[in-house]
Unconditional design. Sequence first.
Length: 547
Amino acid sequence: MKKITLLLFIVFSQTILSAAKITQTEKLAATCKVWGFLKYYHPKVAGGEANWDMQLLEKLPKIEKAETKEEFSLILENWIDDLGPIKEIAPIVIPKEVEFFDKNFDLSWFNNKLFSKKLSKKLKYIEDNRFQSNEEFGPDFEGFKNGEYSNLDYKDKNSRILMLFAYWNLMEYYFPYKYVMDQKWDFTLEQALPKIIDVKEENDFFILIKKMTAKLNDSHVQFAIYGPLGIGRKSNYFPANGKIIDEKIVITEILGDSLAEADNIKIGDVITKIDDKTIAALILENRDLISASNESSYLAKLPKVLFKSHSETVKVEFLKDGKYETKSMTWFDYHDSHRNEFKKGALKIKEKFKLLDNNIGYVNMGVIKPRHIPGMIEALKSTKAIVFDMRNYPNGTWKEISDFLNAQEKKFCDYTMPYLNYPGRFVWTEGRKCGFENKDNYKGKVIVLLNEESISQSEWTAMCFQTAGNTIIIGSQTAGADGNVFELDVNGFHTMYSGIGVYYPDHRETQRIGIVPDIEVKPTIKGIQEGKDEVLDRALLFVETGK
């Protein structure tokens, strides 16, 4: 009986000890949150009195050795205590004019199961007596100082962890659209940590960070790797642009005339495979590597990726007249002898505005500039409708044109911006207005053409033009990435993200949704092959029929 009791006691003790142990991922995920919170909240750390990155690098070996939550929690408690006492201040009063937008804000992790009650209380005390900034959020915001991460050696595990912590916390506290991500940002951290630790090659580390940026579901996000593994590596390109329709790529624009002619590439040609992989397979393969707010934007970004190769010879399968034909093509670098041809192809002169048949005006918003607006107004002011083609990126012409379109001043957007005195919280900020009291405003129909290439300023400008009251949006879902862009340029890579939230005045969302068309029209393969602009054709039909 005594032997049985002793055996049960040993088994029970081992079970308790095993349950008390914590994994490296659990420890590092919790450390990441504490480190980021103190970076932005602790008066001494946020005030710049501590070399916070170096302190993390010093603490990581101790954290790695901690085997129980008690040991782990004590390391964090002592770390906070070593920073010195925090002066208790009077309750921080939020100004009456501040209206919070709190869909991104969550500090409930203070009560993490790994934390002692003492540690949780310390974190709450720091929140209540947090650093108060005299700065305003703007283009000089320093939530992430690029220069601090210019010399990291990613072959070192702890340096990789530091870079991950810095990036994750920047998004945790200052990305305005965290609440509409497909995947919880916490889970993205938990997924990344063991891979970041185990990665062997520097390039594989960059790919892991790139995959994290893709989880933002933000079409503003781009990611470029520097050096011989990235931007410095020679790339070769297909001599045309294309659009994905029905899991195929249809050629929409020739960039290099002689190169395309050599392989008999024409607008309307259909590509079904690249290097023996179907376009459908390539769509699936690249999802984790491209950040896009919606499916339309993802499919718009993908051809630029697929039409770039580090090989000179690429197999491409075409579908022509119902028959499949595979060509072994030679793709060329933009920086070789064909460079000027590619530049010429990409910069073909396009009309700024023109008068179409039936007294309908047309404006190419990607070409026209503010200095051209007076001439455009004079030429088109008597038309029965003007089509503003915004399937491109405008040149800051929103005010001049909206003054022409509107009979009175109207607000067309509101913003959410980070509240620096309470990191993680955002505040509603008065947006922009357009137009003025103008009896001579344009009286005809206003039509705006949009598609998946319409991003950021295109979407914002479309919101502005909608205030005219006689505006119809025709086309398809836009990129769903409104607002400005913040850029991060650090050792080894460059990336960016949407920095402020943009909403309609009634606070309807635009991120990921985009600008919803009143009449949806998408190009077809047949239409492209026949040389038609089906979206513009639909706009002209609307002008004539009103439907």
